[in-house]
Design a protein around this ligand. Sequence first.
Ligand code: MOS
Length: 748
Amino acid sequence: MSTSTTASSIGQPLSRIDGPAKVTGRAKYAAEHAADGLAYGWVVSSAIAKGKVKAIHEEAARAVPGVIEILTHKNRPHVAWFDRSYRDQVAPPGEPFRALYDDEIKFSFQPLALVLAKTLEAARAAAALLRIDYIQEEPNTDFENSLEKAYVPPKKRSGIPAPASRGDAQKALDEAHLKVTADYASAAHHHNPMEMHATTVIYGSDGALTVYDKTQGSQNVKSYLVGVFGLANDKVTVRNPYVGGAFGSGLRPHYQVYLATMAALYLKRSARVTLTRQQMVSHVRRPETFQSMALGASEAGGLQSIINSAVTATSTFEDYQENVVNWGVGAYRCADAAADYKLVALDTPTPGDMRAPGAATGMTLFECAMDELSYAVGVDPLQLRLLNYAEVDPISGNPFTSKALREAYDIGAERFGWGKRPSEPRAMRDGNELTGWGMATGMWDATFQKTSARARISANGGLEVATAASDIGTGTYTIIAQVASETLGLPTANIDVKIGDSDLPASPIEGGSWMAASSSAAVQLACQSLGTRLFEAAQDLDGSPFKDIKFEAVSFNDGRIIAKDDPSRFLSITDIMKRADLPSLEVVETAGPGLSGMVSQVKKARATHSAIFAEVKVDDELGVVRVTRIVVAVAAGRILNPKTARSQIMGGVVMGMGMALHEESMMDTRFGRPMNHNFAEYHIPVNADIHGIDVIFVEEEDKEVSPLGVKGLGEIGIVGTAAAIASAVFHATGTRVRKFPITLDKLI
Ligand code: MOS
């Protein structure tokens, strides 16, 4: 099939098709769905981080008019997972936290009661009157002072590669001409999506549940609810048609969906639970990360040894793990490398995946050490990367399906003006401000996952494409429409994209930057298959113009099937449907590695790369840092939509700026309680902090990474960005800050 290029074709900067619904308020989010007799839940959170609930005094709260019920560990219903364990798709090894299970308190802000009332105001007022007596124990939430207690996780988290070592890194380090050792740390971060974690459970007359949840995977939440409550499969539908950002916070089902469902089943009425910003921030975080690196190099700067050790935080009940260390040992050519990874268990909730989990910290901190090496060797930071460029994956030894990182370095450096960079720090001054230029490499996985999609055309020529994918603000709706539009030659106005519903054909959770590659493959396959069926129907018609030609000889354009070599021979899709007496035509197809003749899992490395260049200006007296310019060149395969793609990279870069300069979750370790669990005190970059962000796509033609050659863009933008900024700060000031964020107190 082939079509002509239209505004909605693949590769065109189509604006979001869900944009109008979002800006006019027609797009409804999890807490905005109405239901008759809705019970509003308000969660009462633990004031202590460790100990037991001694008593809960409910009288005053129960006396508030409108209160329906107060659920605590004493009166909550018995549910299936009290008798058997259930772990969601994304759960790390361990026992997931079960809200209201017993009197034990494992972390601050642990939900201890759910107040249900006829109005939100009544629930909140009653919650404020609930008095809880505690038996307190001493919590440990001090990551930095617990590093000596770090342990190797006994059970690996699925999907996380084991630390990869090769050769004899210690011997190579001992023999290296030059050594750089550096310990780096990054604060815990919070996702801070706009939409709160919220769930509305609509209780049907037959007891069936329709659950609107803020999640990145409706089918993950559905199987979770079926598993933990022991429900029949056909009694639960989970929907997330619109998601107000997530950044990983919506990968696992959180306690609000559990509590809202428990309440609905218990009360036999619809129920909603929305977390407050404080509750949300206090429940999910990117873990605190410590990384220790030793690099050995030749006189000329050739890497001879890499030793990369990391420790991240987890909870006492789950061993949450990330791939932190393999980025460093996998980024450059080097014969000898060693990696190890440990955890520190704290009395906190289990950390969770946040945008580029492991790489945002691991690769970034490693790149900071590479910057240090460049000064130690006396080689330009970009030259150092080129000198050690990995033509094949250093860990597996396999070639890459594609790797245009060299081109990204070249194009980015050219655009930035890197060639004019003075090598010495403190060499550029602009009044009170010192100017610095820095750079770093970014890397992330390019993954393609098994995904199903349905395509249905109706007699009037309207096309519906459906898959249980999520759009967390990334542009899934739009790229699906583009792929369908191009494949069947229909304008997007005729295409209805249905996603965000557990009843739709199976899709992976939206995460890991695999959604675009996976959903585009499934949608393309379904539309191609539908096109074949339409063509066959057209061939069967009396006097068909296609009697003597093959499918390969037609194209789909403007709602018609047209013979390529004779445009006068055509049939419109609506004509075909009408003449063949078809009310509709529907197909479901599954795309996946090795399926339907698709890209097989050849032994190759699959990765997205980026080159980030940063300019900062630092007030020499006050230490205030401004990021005045970022140029990022991204090699991410084929770009389906440069507009939504650019937004993904910009968002990632802004988050990287936050990591570099602003974002720091602060724990009051005396009480084990987060201190800055709100937007006022947890700082993120605001508009005034953002200046030029120049995004360049270095397109790669890659037939092996995924069917459409797509690699994914959701996460690469954050990886390495903070290292480029830190490198620029050093270049400006001569001060090396090894603990993120680089706040002004560390510079003066
Ligand atoms: Mo991403 S942290 O896999 O949503």
